[in-house]
Ligand binder design. Sequence first.
Ligand SMILES: [Zn+2]
Length: 388
Amino acid sequence: MKKPPTFQIFTVLLSLLLISAAGIGRERSIPTVPRLLQAVGNSNNLQVRKGTPFKIAIFADLHFGEDPWTDWAPRQDVNSLKVMSSVLDAETPGLVVYLGDVITANNLATHNASLYWDKAISPARDRNIPWATVFGNHDDAKFEWPKAWLSPSGVPPTRCPGTTSGCPSRGTTRVELVQGEIKASVKGLSRTMMGPNQLLPSVSNYVLPLKSSDPSKPAVALLYFLDSGGGSYPSVISNAQVEWFKTVSNARNPDLRIPELIFWHIPSKAYEKVAPPTDDEISKPCVGSITFDGKVATQDAENGMMAVLENRSSVKAVFVGHNHGLDWCCPGEKNLWLCFARHTGYGGYGFWDRGARIVEITETPLGIKSWIRMEDGFVHSEVNLSRA
Ligand SMILES: [Zn+2]
């Protein structure tokens, strides 16, 4: 039923009131971005130290909480903690990006999956390293009943094995997960923000500026995080997200002077176009590896987002996870770099060695490099992400 205009105005005013009560508008230094387009959270203090490159460690597809009622599965999470610890101790990054599929919610018979989310974050938090998260397609997925738990008639039990508080009726939502993360963040180390309400159901949409070592200078880089969906809704970048990105990026970087990096979980179809078909066929300018079949599992729709990024010369690279067996970087249209992360978690499918993609941003001279660091310390696939 179509609502009368007075009702719509009332709804907008009420939303504005609720949003300002929730703290939107803390990023006061950027007054040109409309208030409704801003996100809630802590965007402070990512700053380059003079003379020191700023490093970002990307942890992708950790898949904490797979089959937690078994003996073998919780050991996977312990092993994932070891991968993250070894990477963090070797690289000492200034930021960790958790690039989606942090948890496997469809295996979690719990009312509060935040406990597993929190465990996955702990290696960064324990080392006082700020982190930022985006959602993947498993993080808010609905619990799927293991067939073995069903009675012969197909009826699920009233109490799930291994739990004390009954069985969940639904997954922990994206909003609940991000609220839990921000609330549990010690010393404001979580830089995750909850995107503006008009982008719902997608939640992790926000931008973090990397400040210069000289406060009088503009940011060294802008890091954009987008929710590529999946789980409780289709894997899409919506029209609303494209418009949000255009508005926010034009306000923050109108002359395209600041390099910009994009982080989301599910590859767009542009990745399919540049994908090397097999490991043997990876050659320069592509770098990286294929340890499964080379097929890219893409988003359902991206509504012109890639064209916007390609036409914005300041955007240097897009980073995705999702395809656990791929860790390559290739230049796409207009030499925009399209990169996979590296499967970090022992959770999720895959028999290959685990590791993480590192991104290094240098202020003077300005440069962006990336490589993969494996759990055992081996470093490979270094690439310069400048855009020719
Ligand atoms: Zn995954």
